[in-house]
Design a protein around this ligand. Structure first.
Ligand SMILES: [Zn+2]
Length: 352
């Protein structure tokens, strides 16, 4: 029973889960499609736009709804393309009371607007499910190279994360009050996809999401499909934002999806007239998992998000050196490079 509605075996139903009300008293109801196969199996929930401006998840679910690449043979698939409707309507990460839904779970029936909204989502949509894939993007003015975030200390969650088949898994329990951590702590293994940036539906991120969901459903024997293997598997257990010391115009020498060595130039900062005024070197080896989308920085502004891997970098380097040009990973790197321009270091103009 999802959203107070029982869906019979073999039935597909669209639900409307009441989560709040508008100023005018109209119901604010979350749309969700429930597809239940004839054969019993797990109940898998896909959630998009828990942050109301993170639309790649909404795009991933739209693709699954319009062009389902599989037929469900067992279990139940629940798809909620926009969880945070009040944020979505305002193109905002937050609810109208400026609180973060993804820090407010499991919520409460009597708290603030956001806590009540979280309570409705948690009890009607989340609690009836067995496994969750929560779809997110980078925050405002940042982009994330696709990575799965999961608490790898939990064997069930680790299995789910590996089944998704992302090249990069970020081992992290998740912040307090997040959907992922709260559901996981209540026995509903949850993983999160971070990919791309806000207010966009990016084709390569949609492809990552559809491939990952297909892989998970195949691993649970809910569909008949051969899982697509990632080109390599790297687990990141620490990460840091590399920040600028100087203000000015930014030029990248490495981009999302790249493996960088300690001391490698990552970015340069130039004055508005092109003179070099700062160089940013990698403080450690790692995989670039995210980047600012702004072309200029102030001192302290983040430039690149670097993840340190558990694996031997040599094996990742070998895989990256042999990636087929038409692979999804290669296309993802090109898609990011098209929007930020990655060039070799040392190409700043000399002062006139
Ligand atoms: Zn998010």
């Amino acid at each position: 029973m999802v959203g107070g509605v029982t869906v019979a075996a073999g039935e597909t139903r669209d639900l409307s889960i009441r989560a709040s009300q508008s100023f005018s008293g109209a119901d604010v109801s979350i749309p969700a499609r429930v597809i239940r196969a004839a054969k019993a199996g797990p109940v898998v929930l896909l959630t998009g736009a828990v942050h109301g401006d993170e639309l790649n998840g909404t795009g991933i679910i739209r693709d699954l709804l319009l062009h389902p690449p599989f037929e469900l043979t067992a279990g139940t698939l629940v798809m909620a393309p926009v969880v945070n409707l009040l944020g979505f309507d305002r193109q905002s990460r937050y609810l109208p009371d400026r609180r973060d839904l993804n820090r407010s779970f499991p919520g409460s029936a009597e708290g603030s607007l956001t806590r009540r909204y979280a309570h409705a989502v948690f009890h009607q949509l989340v609690a009836p499910c067995d496994l969750i894939i929560d779809l997110h993007t980078g925050g405002g003015r940042r982009t994330n190279f696709p990575n799965v975030r999961a608490n790898m200390a939990d064997p069930e969650i680790a299995e789910l994360a590996r089944a998704f088949g992302s090249e990069i898994i970020f081992d992290h329990a998740g912040g307090s009050g997040t959907l992922r951590r709260t559901a996981s702590e209540r026995g509903i293994p949850t993983i999160l996809l971070e990919g791309g940036e806000v207010l966009k539906v990016e084709p390569s991120i949609v492809e990552v999401g559809v491939r990952g969901v297909t892989n998970v459903l195949a691993s649970l024997d809910m569909i008949a499909a051969d899982p697509a293997e990632p080109l390599f598997r790297a687990e990141v257990d620490r990460s840091m934002w590399i920040r600028s010391d100087a203000g000015g115009m930014l030029r990248f020498h490495a981009g999302p999806g790249d493996l960088v060595a300690e001391g490698q130039p990552l970015a340069s900062v130039s004055t508005l007239l092109g003179s070099l005024c700062g160089e940013v070197l990698a403080p450690a080896a790692g995989l670039v998992m995210g980047a600012t989308t702004l072309p200029s920085v102030k001192p302290g502004d983040p430039i690149l998000h670097l993840g340190m891997t558990r694996e031997d970098d040599a094996s990742i380097r070998w895989a990256l050196d042999h990636i087929p040009e038409d692979s999804l990973y290669a296309r993802l790197r090109r898609a990011f490079a098209e929007s930020i321009v990655i060039e070799p270091p040392g190409s700043a103009a000399d002062p006139a």
